[in-house]
Design a protein around this ligand. Structure first.
Ligand code: SF4
Length: 341
């Protein structure tokens, strides 16, 4: 996850269509830090810091401070005011039933504040799923083993169970080598105090885990040894300086094919492409694919908050781009000619 300059491709460090907020989450904010991108689900970004900073971070435009080279998006409201705006929106929109509570990483929210936020969510009858997003379960399992955090999680899990709400933790492990006994203990502790499920959303990365052997090794370790459900692998998003990690869609399709049949069906991860302006799609769901130029086309079945007036949104085809260095020569030549278009 560490961005190392020497790992990057000199020819194409970034795809010409890469952008720092490639999923346009900020455009879909309905309150500060609250992205409404799917009909029944929202993403709540409680803060903009992480205990670790990944070079492949899909939220790289928000997460972390500005640097001399990059001016980042900032959360400007006081946390308490920001959280109020989220709760107000969710109360006013009973069609939202699922809240992904994220950041950054919720491990960086002082526990008392996080617990207050979660208890307020649990008071909203229409919220039926709450998912806590924390890569720190893997990177800093000690956090999730601190007595005050474990006790607080138990209080939240008990309240969720009483109200029939599914409370889960979603973590982010990309390789079996990251799964230590302490990570397994942190996951098991969360389950012991009543969290319904701990699930993994990894990122598919060339040179790290983009082989069927590496993926299966990780999935067996997650499922068999750590009590973590291998839920998704995301294709790395089209952010700058990630071309050395990204894989083409055909490669992701091949991997999905090759990992079938080894794990229980419910624990066989889906490999998904998060298509800009569309959302998650299973990698076989594309409608068309220009393999020479590496352009896949996708459709959608709902409007996001920025398209409510766009009647044609459901008839359009949305593009996703393979890394250029993986294309046949003719495709690479085409991009060299059109790189400044
Ligand atoms: S843990 Fe997640 S949010 Fe934090 S830097 Fe990594 S990818 Fe981004």
């Amino acid at each position: 996850m560490i961005p190392v300059a020497s790992d990057r491709r000199a020819d194409w460090p970034s795809h010409p269509y890469a952008s720092r907020d490639s999923l346009h989450e900020h455009d879909m904010w309905v309150a500060e830090g609250l992205t409404h991108r799917y009909p029944t689900k929202v993403l709540a970004e409680l803060l903009s810091t992480c205990p670790q900073y990944c070079g492949h971070c899909t939220r790289m435009d928000l997460v972390g401070n500005s640097t001399p080279a990059v001016d980042k998006l900032k959360l400007t409201l006081k946390p308490v005011d920001r959280y109020d705006t989220h709760i107000t929106y969710l109360k006013a929109h009973p069609g939202v039933r699922d809240v992904v509570v994220s950041g950054g990483d919720v491990a960086n929210v002082p526990w008392r504040n996080l617990e207050t936020y979660l208890m307020r969510l649990l008071e909203i009858e229409t919220i039926r799923d709450i998912r806590l997003a924390t890569k720190a379960l893997m990177g800093l399992p000690q956090h999730w083993l601190q007595p005050d955090v474990v006790e607080g999680l138990e209080r939240v899990a008990r309240t969720a169970a009483r109200r029939g709400v599914n409370l889960a933790i979603h973590t982010h492990v990309n390789h079996a080598q990251s799964l230590t006994p302490l990570v397994a203990r942190a996951a098991q502790t969360a389950l012991d105090v009543g969290v319904r499920d701990v699930r993994n959303q990894g990122v598919l990365m060339r040179g790290v885990n983009a082989t069927s052997a590496d993926l299966l090794d990780l999935c067996f370790a997650l499922q068999g040894e750590a009590g973590i459900l291998p839920y998704y692998f995301y294709m790395c998003d089209m952010i700058p300086n990630a071309e050395h990690w990204r894989v083409p869609v055909w490669h992701a399709q091949q991997l999905q094919h090759d990992i079938m049949g080894y794990l229980p069906g419910y624990a066989t991860p889906r490999i998904v492409c998060d298509v800009p302006f569309v959302g998650k799609r299973w990698v076989h769901m594309l409608t068309d694919y220009d393999r020479e130029r590496g352009i896949s086309y996708w459709t959608k079945n709902y409007r996001t908050s920025i398209e409510s007036a766009d009647l044609a949104a459901l008839d359009k085809r949305y593009a996703y781009y393979d890394p250029i260095d993986t294309l046949p020569e003719a495709g690479q030549d085409w991009w060299h000619t059109h790189r400044d278009d």
